[in-house]
Design a protein around this ligand. Structure first.
Ligand code: ADP
Ligand code: MG
Length: 342
Protein backbone atom coordinates (compact mmCIF):
# COMPACT_ATOMS: atom_id res chain seq x y z
CA UNK A 1 0.00 0.00 0.00
CA UNK A 2 2.77 2.44 0.80
CA UNK A 3 4.31 1.78 -2.62
CA UNK A 4 1.03 2.71 -4.29
CA UNK A 5 0.88 5.84 -2.15
CA UNK A 6 4.38 6.75 -3.17
CA UNK A 7 3.59 6.29 -6.85
CA UNK A 8 0.47 8.39 -6.46
CA UNK A 9 2.46 11.06 -4.64
CA UNK A 10 4.99 11.12 -7.46
CA UNK A 11 2.14 11.90 -9.86
CA UNK A 12 1.42 15.06 -7.89
CA UNK A 13 4.88 16.03 -6.70
CA UNK A 14 7.16 15.72 -9.72
CA UNK A 15 10.07 17.72 -8.44
CA UNK A 16 11.00 20.22 -5.73
CA UNK A 17 9.43 23.09 -7.69
CA UNK A 18 6.05 21.34 -7.83
CA UNK A 19 6.13 20.76 -4.07
CA UNK A 20 7.03 24.40 -3.58
CA UNK A 21 4.13 25.53 -5.76
CA UNK A 22 1.68 23.66 -3.53
CA UNK A 23 3.27 25.05 -0.38
CA UNK A 24 3.23 28.62 -1.71
CA UNK A 25 -0.45 28.28 -2.55
CA UNK A 26 -1.20 27.01 0.93
CA UNK A 27 0.62 29.99 2.44
CA UNK A 28 -1.32 32.35 0.15
CA UNK A 29 -4.58 30.58 1.06
CA UNK A 30 -3.69 31.16 4.72
CA UNK A 31 -3.56 34.90 4.07
CA UNK A 32 0.18 35.32 4.47
CA UNK A 33 1.69 38.72 3.66
CA UNK A 34 5.25 37.46 3.95
CA UNK A 35 6.60 34.20 2.55
CA UNK A 36 10.20 33.10 2.95
CA UNK A 37 11.66 30.13 1.13
CA UNK A 38 14.94 28.43 2.06
CA UNK A 39 16.44 25.79 -0.19
CA UNK A 40 19.28 23.31 0.11
CA UNK A 41 20.53 21.29 -2.86
CA UNK A 42 17.80 22.46 -5.21
CA UNK A 43 15.13 21.57 -2.65
CA UNK A 44 16.08 17.91 -2.56
CA UNK A 45 17.84 18.19 0.78
CA UNK A 46 15.69 20.94 2.23
CA UNK A 47 12.69 23.00 1.19
CA UNK A 48 11.43 25.30 3.89
CA UNK A 49 8.60 27.81 3.75
CA UNK A 50 7.92 30.29 6.50
CA UNK A 51 4.68 32.23 6.28
CA UNK A 52 2.92 34.68 8.58
CA UNK A 53 -0.55 33.43 7.70
CA UNK A 54 -3.36 32.08 9.84
CA UNK A 55 -1.43 29.14 11.25
CA UNK A 56 -2.95 25.71 11.73
CA UNK A 57 -5.03 24.91 14.80
CA UNK A 58 -3.53 22.28 17.06
CA UNK A 59 -6.71 20.22 16.72
CA UNK A 60 -6.22 20.04 12.95
CA UNK A 61 -2.65 18.80 13.10
CA UNK A 62 -3.47 15.08 13.36
CA UNK A 63 -5.38 15.17 10.05
CA UNK A 64 -3.18 17.68 8.20
CA UNK A 65 -1.70 15.07 5.89
CA UNK A 66 -4.77 12.93 5.53
CA UNK A 67 -6.16 12.53 2.04
CA UNK A 68 -9.53 14.11 1.54
CA UNK A 69 -10.44 11.77 -1.26
CA UNK A 70 -9.73 8.11 -1.04
CA UNK A 71 -8.02 6.62 -4.00
CA UNK A 72 -9.99 3.93 -5.77
CA UNK A 73 -6.80 2.44 -7.02
CA UNK A 74 -6.99 -1.33 -6.66
CA UNK A 75 -4.48 -2.72 -9.07
CA UNK A 76 -1.21 -1.52 -10.44
CA UNK A 77 -2.72 -1.30 -13.95
CA UNK A 78 -4.96 1.50 -12.75
CA UNK A 79 -2.01 3.84 -12.60
CA UNK A 80 -3.07 5.58 -15.83
CA UNK A 81 -6.39 6.56 -14.30
CA UNK A 82 -4.69 8.42 -11.47
CA UNK A 83 -4.32 11.53 -13.53
CA UNK A 84 -8.08 11.81 -13.84
CA UNK A 85 -8.77 11.99 -10.12
CA UNK A 86 -9.40 15.19 -8.25
CA UNK A 87 -6.28 15.86 -6.27
CA UNK A 88 -7.31 18.76 -4.14
CA UNK A 89 -6.48 18.29 -0.50
CA UNK A 90 -3.67 15.95 -1.33
CA UNK A 91 -0.58 18.08 -1.54
CA UNK A 92 0.65 17.68 2.01
CA UNK A 93 -0.46 14.05 2.08
CA UNK A 94 1.56 13.42 -1.06
CA UNK A 95 4.64 15.20 0.23
CA UNK A 96 4.51 13.16 3.45
CA UNK A 97 4.75 9.98 1.37
CA UNK A 98 7.92 11.00 -0.45
CA UNK A 99 9.78 13.16 2.07
CA UNK A 100 10.27 13.93 5.73
CA UNK A 101 7.72 16.59 6.52
CA UNK A 102 7.47 18.65 9.66
CA UNK A 103 5.53 21.72 10.66
CA UNK A 104 5.81 24.38 13.34
CA UNK A 105 2.66 26.43 13.43
CA UNK A 106 0.89 28.96 15.60
CA UNK A 107 -2.49 30.61 15.26
CA UNK A 108 -3.02 34.10 16.68
CA UNK A 109 -5.15 32.70 19.50
CA UNK A 110 -2.74 30.04 20.66
CA UNK A 111 -0.15 30.97 23.30
CA UNK A 112 2.60 28.76 21.91
CA UNK A 113 3.47 27.10 18.64
CA UNK A 114 3.10 23.38 17.95
CA UNK A 115 5.51 21.13 16.18
CA UNK A 116 4.43 18.00 14.37
CA UNK A 117 6.18 15.50 12.09
CA UNK A 118 4.59 13.34 9.41
CA UNK A 119 5.31 10.17 7.51
CA UNK A 120 3.01 8.43 5.05
CA UNK A 121 0.05 10.66 5.83
CA UNK A 122 0.08 10.40 9.62
CA UNK A 123 1.79 11.94 12.63
CA UNK A 124 5.11 10.34 13.44
CA UNK A 125 7.46 10.71 16.43
CA UNK A 126 10.11 13.41 15.86
CA UNK A 127 12.69 11.10 17.43
CA UNK A 128 12.65 7.38 18.19
CA UNK A 129 11.14 6.76 21.60
CA UNK A 130 9.02 9.92 21.54
CA UNK A 131 5.27 10.04 21.03
CA UNK A 132 3.79 11.17 17.73
CA UNK A 133 1.47 13.85 19.08
CA UNK A 134 2.24 17.56 18.46
CA UNK A 135 4.71 19.10 20.90
CA UNK A 136 4.54 22.68 22.20
CA UNK A 137 7.47 24.85 21.13
CA UNK A 138 8.51 28.42 20.43
CA UNK A 139 7.42 29.87 17.11
CA UNK A 140 6.01 32.87 15.33
CA UNK A 141 2.43 33.38 14.24
CA UNK A 142 2.01 31.49 11.00
CA UNK A 143 3.49 28.30 9.65
CA UNK A 144 6.98 26.98 9.11
CA UNK A 145 6.88 23.96 6.87
CA UNK A 146 9.99 21.85 6.36
CA UNK A 147 10.37 19.24 3.65
CA UNK A 148 13.56 17.20 3.91
CA UNK A 149 15.12 14.51 1.75
CA UNK A 150 12.50 14.72 -0.99
CA UNK A 151 12.18 11.43 -2.93
CA UNK A 152 14.48 9.59 -0.49
CA UNK A 153 12.22 6.55 -0.89
CA UNK A 154 11.61 6.85 -4.64
CA UNK A 155 15.05 6.43 -6.24
CA UNK A 156 13.66 6.43 -9.79
CA UNK A 157 12.06 9.81 -9.30
CA UNK A 158 15.25 11.13 -7.75
CA UNK A 159 17.34 9.79 -10.61
CA UNK A 160 15.09 11.54 -13.15
CA UNK A 161 16.09 14.95 -11.78
CA UNK A 162 19.15 16.41 -13.35
CA UNK A 163 20.91 18.55 -10.79
CA UNK A 164 20.39 20.64 -7.69
CA UNK A 165 21.34 23.73 -9.68
CA UNK A 166 18.72 22.97 -12.32
CA UNK A 167 16.04 22.34 -9.69
CA UNK A 168 16.96 25.55 -7.92
CA UNK A 169 16.47 27.49 -11.15
CA UNK A 170 12.96 26.07 -11.41
CA UNK A 171 12.30 26.98 -7.79
CA UNK A 172 13.43 30.56 -8.41
CA UNK A 173 11.11 30.71 -11.43
CA UNK A 174 8.14 29.57 -9.36
CA UNK A 175 8.88 32.09 -6.59
CA UNK A 176 9.46 34.87 -9.13
CA UNK A 177 6.20 34.16 -10.93
CA UNK A 178 4.14 34.01 -7.75
CA UNK A 179 5.87 37.19 -6.50
CA UNK A 180 4.80 39.02 -9.67
CA UNK A 181 1.24 37.75 -9.49
CA UNK A 182 0.99 38.51 -5.76
CA UNK A 183 2.81 41.84 -5.78
CA UNK A 184 1.21 42.97 -2.52
CA UNK A 185 2.95 40.12 -0.70
CA UNK A 186 6.59 40.00 0.29
CA UNK A 187 8.55 37.04 -1.03
CA UNK A 188 12.05 35.85 -0.34
CA UNK A 189 13.97 32.90 -1.69
CA UNK A 190 17.48 31.88 -0.79
CA UNK A 191 19.67 28.84 -0.90
CA UNK A 192 21.90 27.71 1.91
CA UNK A 193 24.87 25.36 1.94
CA UNK A 194 26.10 23.07 4.64
CA UNK A 195 29.44 24.80 4.93
CA UNK A 196 28.06 28.31 4.84
CA UNK A 197 27.87 30.01 8.22
CA UNK A 198 25.61 32.98 8.70
CA UNK A 199 22.87 34.41 6.53
CA UNK A 200 22.90 33.66 2.85
CA UNK A 201 21.93 36.42 0.47
CA UNK A 202 18.45 36.05 -0.95
CA UNK A 203 18.22 35.47 -4.70
CA UNK A 204 14.70 36.82 -4.90
CA UNK A 205 13.34 39.50 -2.59
CA UNK A 206 10.21 41.53 -3.06
CA UNK A 207 9.00 44.10 -0.55
CA UNK A 208 5.28 43.44 -0.95
CA UNK A 209 2.82 46.31 -1.17
CA UNK A 210 3.85 47.08 -4.74
CA UNK A 211 2.15 46.96 -8.09
CA UNK A 212 2.65 44.15 -10.56
CA UNK A 213 4.58 46.51 -12.85
CA UNK A 214 6.91 47.56 -10.02
CA UNK A 215 7.52 43.93 -9.14
CA UNK A 216 8.28 43.05 -12.76
CA UNK A 217 10.74 45.95 -12.75
CA UNK A 218 12.40 44.65 -9.63
CA UNK A 219 12.67 41.07 -10.83
CA UNK A 220 13.15 41.47 -14.58
CA UNK A 221 14.62 44.94 -14.85
CA UNK A 222 13.25 48.45 -15.36
CA UNK A 223 14.05 48.47 -19.07
CA UNK A 224 11.32 45.93 -19.46
CA UNK A 225 8.86 47.22 -16.90
CA UNK A 226 8.79 50.83 -18.14
CA UNK A 227 7.68 49.69 -21.59
CA UNK A 228 4.98 47.26 -20.49
CA UNK A 229 1.56 47.64 -22.05
CA UNK A 230 -1.54 46.87 -20.01
CA UNK A 231 -4.19 44.77 -21.72
CA UNK A 232 -7.52 44.14 -20.04
CA UNK A 233 -10.37 42.10 -21.39
CA UNK A 234 -13.46 42.28 -19.26
CA UNK A 235 -17.08 41.25 -19.59
CA UNK A 236 -16.52 40.21 -23.14
CA UNK A 237 -19.48 38.57 -24.74
CA UNK A 238 -17.38 36.07 -26.62
CA UNK A 239 -18.70 33.23 -24.55
CA UNK A 240 -21.67 32.61 -22.32
CA UNK A 241 -19.65 32.57 -19.14
CA UNK A 242 -18.07 35.48 -17.38
CA UNK A 243 -14.34 35.70 -17.58
CA UNK A 244 -11.65 38.32 -17.36
CA UNK A 245 -8.08 38.65 -18.50
CA UNK A 246 -5.42 41.03 -17.20
CA UNK A 247 -2.15 41.13 -19.02
CA UNK A 248 1.10 43.03 -19.09
CA UNK A 249 2.96 42.61 -22.32
CA UNK A 250 6.28 43.89 -23.52
CA UNK A 251 6.16 46.16 -26.50
CA UNK A 252 7.60 45.12 -29.81
CA UNK A 253 10.96 46.70 -29.02
CA UNK A 254 11.66 44.44 -26.15
CA UNK A 255 14.02 41.61 -26.86
CA UNK A 256 14.82 38.85 -24.46
CA UNK A 257 16.65 35.69 -25.23
CA UNK A 258 13.80 33.43 -24.27
CA UNK A 259 10.03 33.61 -24.23
CA UNK A 260 8.92 34.60 -20.76
CA UNK A 261 5.28 33.70 -20.20
CA UNK A 262 3.75 34.00 -16.77
CA UNK A 263 0.32 32.41 -16.99
CA UNK A 264 -2.07 32.28 -14.08
CA UNK A 265 -5.52 30.76 -14.31
CA UNK A 266 -7.66 31.50 -11.29
CA UNK A 267 -4.52 32.54 -9.44
CA UNK A 268 -2.78 29.28 -10.07
CA UNK A 269 0.45 29.14 -12.04
CA UNK A 270 -0.19 26.89 -15.03
CA UNK A 271 1.05 26.15 -18.48
CA UNK A 272 -0.95 25.91 -21.67
CA UNK A 273 0.70 25.18 -24.97
CA UNK A 274 -2.30 26.74 -26.74
CA UNK A 275 -1.87 30.02 -24.90
CA UNK A 276 1.87 29.84 -25.50
CA UNK A 277 1.36 29.35 -29.23
CA UNK A 278 -1.21 32.13 -29.40
CA UNK A 279 1.14 34.53 -27.65
CA UNK A 280 3.93 33.64 -30.02
CA UNK A 281 1.50 34.22 -32.87
CA UNK A 282 0.71 37.72 -31.61
CA UNK A 283 4.38 38.69 -31.79
CA UNK A 284 5.17 36.84 -34.99
CA UNK A 285 5.92 39.36 -37.69
CA UNK A 286 6.25 42.17 -35.16
CA UNK A 287 9.44 41.04 -33.53
CA UNK A 288 12.68 40.41 -35.34
CA UNK A 289 13.44 36.74 -35.70
CA UNK A 290 14.86 35.26 -32.53
CA UNK A 291 13.51 37.95 -30.22
CA UNK A 292 10.89 36.96 -27.72
CA UNK A 293 8.33 38.77 -25.65
CA UNK A 294 7.55 38.98 -21.98
CA UNK A 295 3.90 38.27 -21.25
CA UNK A 296 2.20 38.15 -17.88
CA UNK A 297 -1.37 36.92 -18.23
CA UNK A 298 -3.84 36.42 -15.42
CA UNK A 299 -7.05 34.74 -16.45
CA UNK A 300 -10.06 34.55 -14.19
CA UNK A 301 -12.57 31.93 -15.25
CA UNK A 302 -15.69 30.50 -13.73
CA UNK A 303 -14.23 27.53 -11.76
CA UNK A 304 -16.84 25.27 -13.31
CA UNK A 305 -15.35 26.03 -16.73
CA UNK A 306 -11.92 24.78 -15.78
CA UNK A 307 -11.66 21.07 -16.42
CA UNK A 308 -12.10 19.51 -12.98
CA UNK A 309 -10.62 16.27 -14.18
CA UNK A 310 -7.39 17.92 -15.04
CA UNK A 311 -4.80 17.32 -12.44
CA UNK A 312 -4.17 20.60 -10.63
CA UNK A 313 -0.44 20.09 -10.78
CA UNK A 314 -0.44 18.96 -14.35
CA UNK A 315 1.34 21.34 -16.64
CA UNK A 316 -1.35 21.52 -19.28
CA UNK A 317 -4.60 23.12 -18.29
CA UNK A 318 -7.81 23.15 -20.32
CA UNK A 319 -10.97 25.16 -19.99
CA UNK A 320 -14.32 25.70 -21.62
CA UNK A 321 -14.36 27.84 -24.77
CA UNK A 322 -10.61 27.79 -24.72
CA UNK A 323 -10.20 28.63 -28.38
CA UNK A 324 -12.61 31.58 -28.38
CA UNK A 325 -11.17 33.04 -25.20
CA UNK A 326 -7.57 32.71 -26.33
CA UNK A 327 -8.41 34.25 -29.69
CA UNK A 328 -10.14 37.17 -28.03
CA UNK A 329 -7.17 37.83 -25.75
CA UNK A 330 -4.73 37.54 -28.66
CA UNK A 331 -6.76 40.09 -30.64
CA UNK A 332 -6.67 42.54 -27.76
CA UNK A 333 -2.92 42.05 -27.37
CA UNK A 334 -2.36 42.49 -31.08
CA UNK A 335 -4.29 45.78 -31.28
CA UNK A 336 -2.56 47.08 -28.15
CA UNK A 337 0.80 46.42 -29.78
CA UNK A 338 -0.26 47.98 -33.07
CA UNK A 339 -1.63 51.07 -31.28
CA UNK A 340 1.62 51.37 -29.32
CA UNK A 341 3.83 51.27 -32.38
CA UNK A 342 1.78 53.73 -34.45
P1 ADP B 1 -5.55 21.84 0.09
O1 ADP B 1 -4.70 23.08 0.05
O2 ADP B 1 -6.00 21.45 -1.25
O3 ADP B 1 -6.68 21.93 1.07
P2 ADP B 1 -3.17 20.67 1.18
O4 ADP B 1 -2.71 19.28 1.39
O5 ADP B 1 -2.31 21.54 0.33
O6 ADP B 1 -4.61 20.63 0.60
O7 ADP B 1 -3.34 21.35 2.59
C1 ADP B 1 -4.21 20.78 3.52
C2 ADP B 1 -4.75 21.79 4.50
O8 ADP B 1 -3.74 22.17 5.45
C3 ADP B 1 -5.20 23.11 3.89
O9 ADP B 1 -6.53 23.02 3.45
C4 ADP B 1 -5.07 24.06 5.07
O10 ADP B 1 -6.21 23.99 5.89
C5 ADP B 1 -3.90 23.50 5.85
N1 ADP B 1 -2.66 24.22 5.56
C6 ADP B 1 -1.65 23.78 4.76
N2 ADP B 1 -0.64 24.66 4.70
C7 ADP B 1 -1.02 25.71 5.48
C8 ADP B 1 -0.40 26.97 5.83
N3 ADP B 1 0.80 27.33 5.35
N4 ADP B 1 -1.09 27.78 6.69
C9 ADP B 1 -2.29 27.42 7.16
N5 ADP B 1 -2.92 26.26 6.87
C10 ADP B 1 -2.30 25.42 6.04
MG1 MG C 1 -2.94 23.13 -1.01
Amino acid sequence: ESLINRIAAGEIIHRPASALKELLENALDAGATSIKVTVKDGGLKLLQIQDNGSGIRKADLPILCERFTTSKLSTFQDISSLTTYGFRGEALASISHVAHLSVVTKTRSESCAWRACYADGVLTPPKPGQTADPKPCAGNDGTLLTVEDLFYNTPTRLAALRSGADEYKRILDVVTHYAVHNSSISFQCKKVHFILVGQAQADVTTPGGSSVVQTVGLLYGNTLSKDLITVTVDKTKVTESLWRADALISNANHQSKKLVLLLFINNRLVDSSRVRRAVEGVYAGILPKGASPFVYLSLLLDPKDVDPNVHPTKKEVHFLNEEAIIECISDHMQSALVKQSS
